[in-house]
Design a protein around this ligand. Structure first.
Ligand SMILES: CC#CCOc1ccc(CNS(N)(=O)=O)cc1
Ligand SMILES: [Zn+2]
Length: 238
């Protein structure tokens, strides 16, 4: 018996294994990134970014296993302007990323600083493509609005979802609600943003996203962060 031939089992989970199943993760425009503010160029004469969302329609909150996700169920909406050229995008779903501890949940960082969470509103290009799935495979197919979350005062609009989390503690759980909700109320008051061509930050990591990350963080309460942590970390399949 050769004692140095000790079996070594290396368990690799998470992003490090994604490249095996999702080759796009080896790409050249992978997200998330660190926003180095000193290297960001000014927006020049880009047209204003404008959006419109429907408010009074049923929505579903789902636990996909890595966050919570609200599906817009095909109801009408529009995102246009800014870096999106003349194309019109439609909101498909929105979801949130939280960390295991406060202050480390965001995907993007700004000058190396992480935030407590990050909200993503995922839109697809209805001017050029016929479905979300088709658009998600195209370099100009998706546009994601990113909202950085920091601990502060309670966020009333977000609370319409947070209060439902106890009912979707496990992967695949889903609850439908009809309470009026305007996704525009999830966005910061100041609409200054950074934008860059990137990818989905989770599988399939397709390089089809125009990222639009708002500069101004939005405040959520410590209790709202705690609720996300305990129902995500406990409920999600890691
Ligand atoms: C092709 C395809 C597909 C599935 O659609 C999505 C949409 C969003 C996400 C989450 N990615 S992120 N965090 O960049 O919005 C993952 C898969
Ligand atoms: Zn996301």
């Amino acid at each position: 018996y050769y004692p140095y031939l000790v079996p070594v089992v290396i368990l690799i989970v998470g992003p490090a294994t994604w490249v095996e199943k999702f080759p796009e993760a080896r790409g050249t425009r992978q997200s998330p990134v660190d926003i180095v503010t000193s290297r960001a160029s000014s927006g020049g004469s880009a047209p204003p970014l404008v959006w419109r969302y429907s408010v009074n329609h049923p929505r579903s909150v789902v636990n996909p296993g890595y966050c919570w996700r609200v599906d817009e169920n095909g109801y009408d909406s529009e995102l246009r302007g800014g870096p999106l050229g003349s194309d019109v995008y439609k909101l498909q779903q929105w979801h949130c990323h939280w960390g295991s501890v406060n202050g480390e949940g965001s995907e993007h960082t700004v000058d190396g600083r992480a935030f407590s969470g990050e909200l993503h509103l995922v839109h697809w290009n209805t001017s050029k493509y016929n479905s979300f799935t088709e658009a998600a495979g195209q370099p100009d197919g998706l546009a994601v609005l990113g909202v950085l979350l920091m601990v502060g005062s309670k966020h009333d609009e977000l609370d319409k979802v947070v209060r439902l989390l106890p009912y979707i503690q496990h992967k695949g759980d889903k609850v439908t609600f009809s309470e009026p909700l305007n996704p525009a109320n999830l966005l910061p008051k100041r609409i200054a943003y950074w934008t860059y061509p990137g990818s989905l930050t989770t599988p399939p990591c397709t390089e089809s996203v125009t990222w639009i990350l708002f500069k101004e963080p939005v405040q959520v309460s410590a209790e709202q962060v705690r609720l996300n942590l305990c129902y995500y970390v406990n409920g999600k399949n890691v």
